[in-house]
Write a protein that binds this ligand. Structure first.
Ligand code: CP
Ligand code: NVA
Length: 304
């Protein structure tokens, strides 16, 4: 049966650990410039309803570096823009390409695509989830802290797709995740409830300077995600007390700083923090490349 990666919950704990191991091996091979072309003749289709820098380029570069190729599409350039259904598009593209990455507004679009296609489908971000990003993040944390479990991550800001994905990850790895957000901006309640039922160490707070105490990782993301542009003014007001700045970082003296990027400097994070010594955001962004390769090979059933 084909495998998809729509959510972290599609993976077992062992599979997540294997992906991290594989990404480390692939990263070493890449740095040593060792030729490795297991994807010769394989094609990735990429359908993106929203902009992207990291996700698009890391998947595309990853395919080429492994000997395959990629075709990037936006709805405008396909018949989707003229009313062809996502189900019919999935049926047809399955016959041309070997694997798909989609970036969508509604998570339901991804589910429909995956249900109607015979090839593996990867979530390259939906309004609900961003699983590939947290996999790159856990790789980065492993490199920086020397462990991928037994740490405390405080997500400061919006209970959005990134926060939801961290909560999902806490159902698979033994980590403590606190989402520190303004009231009314909590993560998805179904995702939180499921995690709590499963005994995950997940909680919600509303006082960032208290919530970050004892954190090993302080994580943030934009206050206004793609598609929320109309709420911008209101959000800037509501999130102002949740900025990750020097005084918040002082409350967690041992924490590293992470951000999925793109950053809105001066909003959710100040320049001194993102450019500071405790920031690992550039290694985090680089790791998107290495983990994407591990994800592709895993879903295509190719062992390293
Ligand atoms: N972090 C991330 O997914 O970045 P892009 O929006 O640039 O792909
Ligand atoms: N929450 C952000 C993540 C960008 C990678 C968004 O959805 O726009």
């Amino acid at each position: 049966m084909k495998r998809d990666l729509l959510s972290i919950r599609d993976l077992t704990t062992e599979e997540i650990k294997r992906l991290i191991d594989d990404a480390i091996t692939l990263k070493k091979r890449h740095k040593a410039q060792l030729p490795y072309f297991p994807l010769k003749g394989k094609v990735m289709g990429m359908l993106f309803e929203k902009p992207s820098t990291r996700t698009r380029v890391s998947f595309e570069a990853g395919m080429y570096q492994l000997g395959g190729s990629a075709i990037f599409m936006s709805p405008r350039e396909t018949q989707l823009g003229r009313g062809e259904t996502i189900e019919d598009t999935a049926r047809v593209l399955s016959r041309y390409v070997d694997i798909m990455v989609l970036r969508v507004f509604s998570h339901d679009t991804l589910v429909k695509f995956a249900t109607n296609s015979s090839i593996p489908v990867i979530n390259g971000l939906s309004d609900l989830l961003h699983p590939c990003q947290v996999l790159a993040d856990i790789l980065t944390i492993y490199e920086k802290l020397g462990k991928m479990e037994g740490f405390k991550l405080v997500f400061v800001g919006d209970g959005n797709n990134m926060a939801n994905s961290w909560i999902n990850l806490a159902t698979r790895l033994d980590i403590e995740v606190i989402v520190s957000c303004p009231e009314g901006y909590e993560p998805d309640s179904d995702i939180v409830n499921k995690a709590l039922e499963e005994g995950a160490k997940v909680s919600i707070g509303h006082e960032p300077s208290k919530d970050v105490e004892g954190a090993d990782v302080i994580y943030t993301d934009v206050w206004c995600s793609m598609g929320q542009e109309e709420e911008r003014e209101e959000r800037l007001r509501d999130f102002a007390p949740f900025q990750v700045n020097a005084s918040l970082m002082e409350k967690a003296p041992n924490a590293i700083f992470m951000h999925c990027l793109p950053a809105h400097r001066g909003e959710e994070v100040t320049d001194d923090v993102i450019d500071g010594e405790r920031s690992v955001v550039w290694d985090e962004a680089e790791n998107r490349l290495h983990i994407q390769k591990a994800i592709i090979l895993f879903l295509l059933g190719i062992n390293l």
